[in-house]
Ligand binder design. Sequence first.
Ligand SMILES: [Zn+2]
Length: 116
Amino acid sequence: MNSWQDEVEDKYDAFLLDPGMGPMTYLTSDGRVLEDLRGWDGDEIVEVGGLHAHSALIAGARKTGIVELLELIPQPPPGSSVCSTCDGKRIAEPAPGFGIELPCNECDARGWIDAG
Ligand SMILES: [Zn+2]
């Protein structure tokens, strides 16, 4: 695992955001989120967006304390509305009483919903 981490960090100028439960997830110096699917459900490194990327940034900010990571999540455009599922917090319980807050599926963990 460690050699994969070194390889990705060197090759993509990236750092490990989330060693978590899923694929190892990295943030590159130019703001892209990469998932290393090796040892998971594939054999390649892919760039991800949307819920995957935002979830990784949220997890990374929690683990590292670098709150600036959250600034990479798109800001609400004019006319958008606050997500009613997570109340703009980007994380929510999947069901009332679940006990754990997960990245919000409803808004792709952005905290806002497009108008219309
Ligand atoms: Zn939401």
